[in-house]
Design a protein around this ligand. Structure first.
Ligand code: HXC
Ligand code: NAP
Length: 286
């Protein structure tokens, strides 16, 4: 889809870049020529991923440990990235925490833990990057990974839903405020993309996945490369006039769940014969 090296010269920080979707996006950026910096709480995980990606793409990947909830640790990632590559151009806020639970079973700490990683982590890192870009007159770009329920809301993942909604609002608010500095902020709202992190916490049984696929109009989950290509476009110069936008990539899942009559999909062709006969009879002019 993309010319080789379209990201050459760009330095991209990916939070939560050691695993799952963050790892897949990091690999794609590196393959396309970027300097990638991955960060998360587990040094052994990010170091292993950095090594693996460099082996595959031949481009340097820097791993710097940080907990996104801690502003000074994020600032340190920025400093290390600048030291290594000279400048930082893109911040991909991808790190998250989540699990399913009836809300009334959550402790205060459980609520705080998710909101702190997702919302506080994102605004902490965005603030650090924004200050650096404004001070140095760099046209930076932020891409935030949200979810479709950032807009619709969702039961059973309420801390994540409210935090992702905050991240979406941050995206739109700062796109307006920082446009004058040539800083762009966009978001991607993925539907289900299999990762160990998400599946172990959100779909803990084979039955869960079957139910999930059934409600997706395209009848499949997403492929990592599909998300990675969309992210590449949104952080690249090809999307230079797009800011404050959220792009959904979910196989039609949320619309499928929202449309009033979409549930009629369960009705078989022979049942439609009967239904249409009944409707015509009811509407026959007396
Ligand atoms: C209820 C839970 C819980 C669960 C933890 N807690 N897991 N409560 N149900 N399943 C509670 C704990 O009891 C504790 O509260 C508090 O949350 C903090 O838990 P810790 O384990 O101490 O926290 P920590 O070690 O910081 O781990 C954070 C974590 C963990 C979020 C709980 O799961 C994690 O590290 N996750 C990172 C990766 C991740 O979540 N990936 C999935 C993203 S998927 P008490 O009061 O007992 O001390 C995603 C996709 C959405 O976002 C869309 C899909 C379609
Ligand atoms: P994942 O592999 O579990 O990724 C989450 C990452 O966040 C991990 O690498 C984790 O690393 C990091 N992280 C968690 N807490 C952190 C903290 N305090 N500081 C720094 N890093 C932290 O799950 P994923 O499925 O790839 O999710 C990636 C993103 O996609 C998330 O924003 C998620 O909400 C979003 N998303 C996923 C799906 C899906 O179906 N998979 C759908 C919609 C949206 P450490 O544990 O090492 O810190």
């Amino acid at each position: 889809m993309f010319r080789d090296n379209i990201l050459k010269g760009k330095t991209i920080i990916v939070t939560g870049g050691g695993t799952g979707l963050g790892k897949s996006m990091s690999e794609r950026f590196s393959e396309l020529g970027a300097n990638v910096v991955i960060t998360s709480r587990k040094p052994e995980v990010i170091e292993k991923t950095a090594h693996e990606i460099t082996e595959k793409t031949g481009n340097t990947v820097l791993a710097v440990r940080a907990d996104v909830r801690k502003p000074f640790e994020n600032e340190n990632v920025l400093e290390e990235a600048i030291k290594k590559f000279g400048q930082v151009d893109v911040l991909l806020n991808n790190a998250a925490g989540n699990f399913i639970s009836p809300t009334e079973r959550l402790s205060y700490k459980a609520f705080d833990t998710i909101v702190d990683i997702v919302l506080k982590g994102t605004y902490n890192f965005t603030l650090a990057a924004g200050k650096y870009w404004i001070k140095n007159k760099i046209a930076g770009t932020v891409l935030n990974i949200v979810t479709t329920y950032a807009s619709t809301g969702s039961g059973f993942v309420v801390p994540s839903a409210i935090a992702k909604a905050g991240v979406l609002n941050l995206t739109r608010s700062l796109a307006s405020e920082w446009g004058k500095y040539n800083i762009r902020l966009n978001a991607v709202a993925p539907g289900p993309f299999p990762t160990k992190g998400a599946w172990d916490r959100l779909f803990p049984g084979a039955d869960f996945e079957k139910k999930l696929i059934n409600k997706i109009p395209l009848k499949r989950v997403g492929e990592h490369i599909e998300l990675a290509n969309l992210a590449t476009y949104l952080i690249s110069d090809f999307s230079a006039y797009i800011t404050g936008e959220v792009v959904t990539i979910d196989g039609g899942e949320w619309l499928g769940g929202a449309g009033e009559f979409n549930w009629l999909e369960v009705i078989k062709p022979e049942q439609w014969d009967e239904i249409q006969k009944t409707i015509k009879e009811k509407n026959r002019k007396k």
